[in-house]
Design a protein around this ligand. Structure first.
Ligand code: NAP
Ligand code: MG
Length: 480
């Protein structure tokens, strides 16, 4: 036994009070779905968690009708101050049930409990607190003379941050006075359904939030529904394009938060130890299932070997395994399909000539796992430098001058995020100014705050979530 081995420290699942099966949440109640139910599993064990209802076209229709009724009869008539009270109540209930939500999220998604406990769930609460504060101040936020809600919002979210993406969507929509129909991802519906119980606990008026579980077809029906006034989508660029086509020519307002291939740029004057931590957090946080992950490391040539050596040493200390263990750093890959994609792109990386290094760690027999991996000698033309892997895989490229770093960073169809590591503030500002990315971190990475707008350029989508800007997506005539 090496001195770095830890005794197991599993978080108890006794805090969960799961049902065997979950219905759709429509009009304030759980109701049966008319589609064929499906199972959600734990990606760490492949064990069944619960049976989930699948929403058919008629069910989506019922949910949109419930949202419309709630909008007309209650929510649009309520003062901002009262809407805010409900949002504050939801935020406090999320805090009260934080441990349960964190355990459920790690079970269903595979992310380490220390991330769901210390990052996802606290951010969910902060998003509701933040937008609760805006609900009665819309007239004073520079959003136009008489900002008004759009009506019914159809929202679709991915599996990588299930509850956090729900909060990013629902909190601003409700603060601005809209009602909602939300579709969670097929592999991670659990926390959205526990959230529905929280809405019942909060006495939110029936129909203000409706949750329709199901596969891509349910999402497709929702975005095409004529009763939906606003579509908000987070997910892949391919599905985003399909949704943009479906919404074109209608009066629906649209925001798209899509993929990314962020450059994390390390200059030779950067504090190396901090940069190594930032690189690790940038790409190995949440198994790299992060749209804004720092998946392309651009490191100045003179420090390349030192940075890569230190990175390998650091990665060798990361613990991969049971997401519910409090010592786990790297959890499970969310699905067999995602694992297959990560493997395929990594194999292509090797075949195209990049050098592959993988941390030496034991892989559990059950479940979906991928050990932290680094590719060096990556060229801009390689698939692993261009395509979003959405997994724990880092591509390392080098540069000599700031101009070269900027050119390489911007050489991507995406434009969601970027990182800059340097001791010089003037250099950070000058480089940040020339990067085509919606979010830029300096001497840190993957930091989120509800007051800070988040969103992309180019194929990373359009519109901003978070901050005062995030309200404009849910209001008539408001400009950011
Ligand atoms: P995805 O396949 O695009 O799925 C996202 C959501 O859309 C899921 O709920 C999915 O349902 C649903 N969906 C699938 N096909 C649809 C269709 N034709 N019409 C309407 N909805 C449809 O993406 P994913 O694989 O779940 O998520 C990973 C991707 O999301 C990555 O590319 C990542 O970069 C991106 N992402 C971006 C951000 C951001 O903020 N920019 C954040 C997180 C993730 P099912 O799950 O049932 O298929
Ligand atoms: Mg699952």
């Amino acid at each position: 036994m090496s001195f770095l081995e830890y005794a197991p420290a599993p978080e108890s699942t006794a805090v969960l009070n799961l049902k065997n099966s979950y219905g759709l949440f429509i009009g304030g109640e759980f109701v049966d779905g008319s589609g064929t139910p499906f199972n959600t599993i734990s990606p760490a064990t492949e064990k069944h968690i619960a049976e989930i209802a699948s929403a058919s076209d008629e069910d989506v229709d019922r949910a949109v009708a419930a949202a419309r009724r709630a909008y007309d009869k209650t929510w649009s008539k309520m003062s901002g101050r009262d809407r805010g009270k409900y949002l504050f109540r939801i935020a406090r209930l999320v805090q009260e049930r934080a441990r349960e939500l964190a355990v459920a999220e790690s079970l269903d998604n595979g992310k380490p409990i220390k991330e769901s406990r210390d990052v996802d769930v606290p951010l969910v609460a902060s998003w509701f607190f933040y937008y609760a504060g805006w609900a009665d101040k819309l007239d004073h936020a520079g959003l136009g003379a008489n900002p008004r809600a759009l009506g019914v919002a159809g929202q679709i979210i991915p599996w990588n941050f299930p509850l956090l993406m729900l909060a990013w969507k629902i909190a601003p929509a409700l603060a601005a006075g809209n009602t909602v129909v939300l579709k969670p991802a097929e592999t991670t519906p659990l926390t959205a359904l526990i959230f529905a119980e929280i809405l019942q606990q909060a006495d939110l008026p029936a129909g203000v939030v409706n949750i329709v579980t199901g596969a891509g077809a349910t999402g497709s029906t929702l975005v095409r529904h004529p009763g939906v006034d606003k579509v908000a989508f987070t997910g892949s660029t391919g599905v985003g394009r399909d949704i943009a086509r479906a919404v074109a020519g209608t009066s629906k307002k649209l925001t798209l938060e899509l993929g990314g291939k962020a450059a994390n740029i390390v200059f030779d004057d950067a504090p190396i130890d901090q940069a190594v931590e930032g690189i690790v957090n940038g790409i190995f946080f949440n198994q790299g299932h992060v749209c804004c992950a720092g998946s392309r490391l651009l490191v100045q040539e003179s420090i390349h070997d030192e940075v890569v050596d230190r990175l390998k040493t650091r990665l060798s200390t990361l613990r991969l395994g049971d997401p519910l263990d409090k010592n786990t750093d790297i959890g499970a890959i969310n699905s067999a399909a995602q694992l297959a994609r990560i493997r395929e792109l990594s194999d292509i990386g090797e075949a195209e000539g990049a050098e592959r290094w993988t941390a030496d760690c034991a892989i559990p027999e059950q479940g979906f796992w991928f050990a932290p991996t680094i590719f060096t000698g990556v060229e801009a033309s390689h698939r692993i430098a261009r395509d979003e892997v959405f997994g724990p895989v880092l591509s390392v490229l080098t540069f000599r001058t700031p101009a070269e770093a900027i050119a390489k960073a911007n050489n991507t169809p995406y434009g969601l995020s970027a990182g800059i590591w340097s001791d010089k503030g003037s250099r950070i500002l000058a480089v940040a100014d020339r990067l085509r990315a919606g979010v830029i971190w300096a001497n840190t990475f993957n930091r989120f705050d509800p007051s800070s707008p988040f969103g992309g350029y180019k194929e990373s989508g359009f519109g901003r979530e978070g901050g005062r800007q995030g309200l404009t997506a849910y209001l008539k005539g408001a400009a950011a």
